[in-house]
Write a protein that binds this ligand. Structure first.
Ligand SMILES: Cc1cc2nc3c(=O)[nH]c(=O)nc-3n(C[C@H](O)[C@H](O)[C@H](O)COP(=O)(O)OP(=O)(O)OC[C@H]3O[C@@H](n4cnc5c(N)ncnc54)[C@H](O)[C@@H]3O)c2cc1C
Length: 398
């Protein structure tokens, strides 16, 4: 392909959902490029949690739409994404976090969610194996759930390709051609996986070439600052490793995804029976790092066994890591920039970009196709940091 109407940079869930929605709107010649393989970024390494329990009305309403899309995804895309709505159970251990939770639940109720606060004494009814020692309060929304991320990505990729989108893995953006404040071309270079690197680093594998384009969307997740820097744009989001692991399969016993807002522990049971979870590990140095550590496994095991003592003998089968794409205020960076005028950003999704992608893909495609900018993009624009108009989200896991 030597020319594209839209070049989407990054074939993670954000890029693929955007490309799929563009194609559904009838936009032709959409090219998605990725320096690695599908599922190589955070989208293939996450916990698959999907929830509407947030602290801002915007996120709550957007997630209601995303959850509705998740519910229909399997029948519409003809792929099983193992979506299970067992709810999310948030736990707090401090007075301050309990106050936050109460305010958030009140807001969620005003937005139409059936979330409710629970006393520690009510928790055994939901999760009998859960230790309530030290827990002050909890919130529960039965409509939250989990998906298996990989088929979600494959579903979008296949549906986008069926609608004519070209998806080119192992193709890295290495530069841009610009003219009069517009991007006129994207410079690409073939890559291959480094055989020596367990973090899935890629190596150059051919000569660079240019694809002319009308529009560009940066959906490069934790790599977005690197890609934007090729245009001289400084993004404030920073990559931070986030680790996760999965146990052997157990008989189904755990309904909700449990998330402790105080120590960052979260865990859920997949449809295949594994306990999948993680925990925040401090301090995590800034930078791209997808390697696993023993420090994480030790902290996670201790936190998990404190929460569910009967899990003490369970074996961990697999441990992996990806990058959270962290912004200074916890909100994403989405929408057009002043220069170049045909660039749209979609990054900085913290630890909840997977669940946001179904609805964000629709909004981004609408914007690129019609040039009508959603008012949400003003809230999430890059220049909010310079204006000091920060957004604050306090329901962040890990
Ligand atoms: C361990 C972990 C657990 C998480 N749990 C959850 C969860 O339960 N629920 C949830 O909603 N979210 C979760 N997240 C966050 C979520 O995974 C991300 O927010 C989301 O996947 C981001 O999607 P993305 O498409 O923006 O980025 P990515 O999936 O990272 O995709 C970006 C892509 O850009 C490509 N790229 C980078 N540079 C270039 C370049 N120069 N040229 C071409 N391509 C390039 C990369 O190869 C990559 O494939 C978790 C994240 C981690 C790491």
């Amino acid at each position: 392909m030597s020319a594209a109407r839209v070049v989407v940079i990054g074939a993670g869930i954000l890029g693929l959902a955007t490309a799929y929605n563009l194609a559904r709107r009838g936009v032709k010649n959409v090219l998605v490029v990725d320096r690695g393989y599908l599922c190589g970024g955070a989208s293939g390494r996450n916990g698959g949690g999907v929830r509407a329990q947030f602290s801002s009305e915007t996120n709550i309403q957007l997630m209601r739409e995303s959850i509705a899309i998740c519910r229909d995804f399997a029948s519409k895309m003809k792929i099983n994404v193992w979506f299970r709505q067992g709810g999310y159970l948030f736990l707090t251990r401090t007075a301050e976090r309990t106050r936050d939770l109460e305010e958030n639940v009140a807001l969620q109720n005003r937005c139409g969610l059936p979330t409710r606060m629970l006393e520690p004494s009510e928790l055994p009814r939901l999760v009998p194996q859960l230790s309530t020692e030290g827990v002050r309060a909890a919130s529960f929304n039965p409509g939250d759930g989990v998906v298996f991320p990989w088929p979600f990505i494959w579903g979008y990729a296949r549906a986008a390709a069926d609608l004519g989108v070209t998806i080119q893995p192992f193709t890295e953006v290495v530069g841009f051609d610009t003219h009069n404040g517009r991007i006129t071309g994207v410079r690409l270079r073939p890559t291959k996986l480094s055989p020596l690197d367990a973090g899935d680093e890629v190596l150059p594998a051919g000569d660079a070439f240019t694809v002319a384009c009308d529009d560009v969307v940066i959906c490069a997740g934790a790599w977005s600052p690197q890609v934007a820097a090729l245009l001289g744009i400084a993004l404030p989001n920073k990559p931070h490793r986030h680790e996760i692991c999965s146990t052997e399969a157990l008989k189904p016993w755990l309904g909700p995804l449990v998330a402790d807002l105080t120590d960052g522990l979260y865990f859920s049971q997949s449809m295949r029976g594994e306990i999948v979870g993680g925990v925040g590990v401090d301090p995590v140095p800034e930078g791209i790092n997808q390697q696993s550590s023993r420090r994480f496994l030790t902290k996670y095991s201790r936190a998990l066994v404190r929460a569910v003592p009967s899990l003490s003998g369970v074996r961990v089968l697999r441990q992996w890591a990806g990058c959270y794409d962290l912004t200074p205020d916890g909100g994403p960076i989405v929408g057009p920039v002043a220069d170049p005028v045909n660039l749209t950003l979609a990054c900085g999704f913290m630890g909840h970009g997977f669940m946001m992608a179904p609805v964000m893909g629709r909004l981004l495609a609408e914007h690129i196709d019609t040039r009508v900018t959603s008012p949400l993009f003003a809230r999430w624009s890059l220049d909010r940091f310079a204006r000091g108009e920060l957004v604050h989200e306090n329901m962040i896991i890990g």
